[in-house]
Design a protein around this ligand. Sequence first.
Ligand SMILES: [Zn+2]
Length: 336
Amino acid sequence: MSTDRYSRQIRFAPFGAAGQEKLGAATAVIVGCGALGTVQASLLARAGTGMIRLIDRDYVEESNLQRQLLYIEADARDALPKAEAARRRLLEANSAIAVEAHVSDLNPENADELLGEADVILDATDNFETRYLINDYAVREGVPWIYGAAVGGYGIAMPVLPADSACFRCVYPAPPGGAQPTCETAGVLGPVTSLIGSLQAIEAMKILSGRMAAVRRRIFTADVWNGPIRETPIPARDPDCPCCARREFTWLGGRRAPVSLCGRNAVQIHELRRPIDLAQLASRLDGLGEVRGNEFALRFRAGEHELTVFPDGRAIIKGTTDIGVARGIYARYIGG
Ligand SMILES: [Zn+2]
């Protein structure tokens, strides 16, 4: 490897050659490959993070291209899983690092396997359930993680340093109640996701390069349309926090609901651990509707519904928020 590749960040004295060497031996796990995740992954890959593990359950769609910076039109056309599309693009940018793609939904059963060996975990998910799960794992294992979220023109980021600062449950004891704005209902601007993803990436780079003292122990919030942009101190640790004080890791011990809304007009069915031969399924569905696919996913359109099936039996049914309807479609075309 030419030393020229990283010369500009090595020249930045607080990072330096020693920081570069540590970064090159470190592992970052990115949970979610949407807008935040693609920004984090791109920056960390180009910076020379030795190993990047990408976890995402979804596939690229046209409406992602406005802000999910690693994807191109062909990825949406081919319905490539995001983790795989991102892996390919990252390796084109930096072939000297290792990138793993996991087309998977992070849950209590696979958390040890998917988050194992992480030196830092970056949150690029869109839901509190997964964040509590990451927090439980990170506190139990003593792994730093970086919370981030964005919707509309608003974004927030906060590092969680187990045994050092408040954990996510200290700050958010319970998920917010009622309907929350989502990127589907309230929209989201590309610059705010890029801003938050970048802030998460720099804190990750500090952690991975061994510069823990430089990590900003602050909650960063920004309303990029109306202002303001500000930082507030992270609250003190809750001495009675169920997670970091009492060490009850309830989210790790729980089981995911077998069927869940995907936050848009879609339902995910994921309780079935049954490998599916996608080529076989494609020939079975041929003639019943429009079938497209690749080795990672098969997409089938029937009427107003669109079914995307993954090799592990998981499926996302678009065009409904009715769990019963989704189950019916799954049963009709894949089997009960
Ligand atoms: Zn706590």
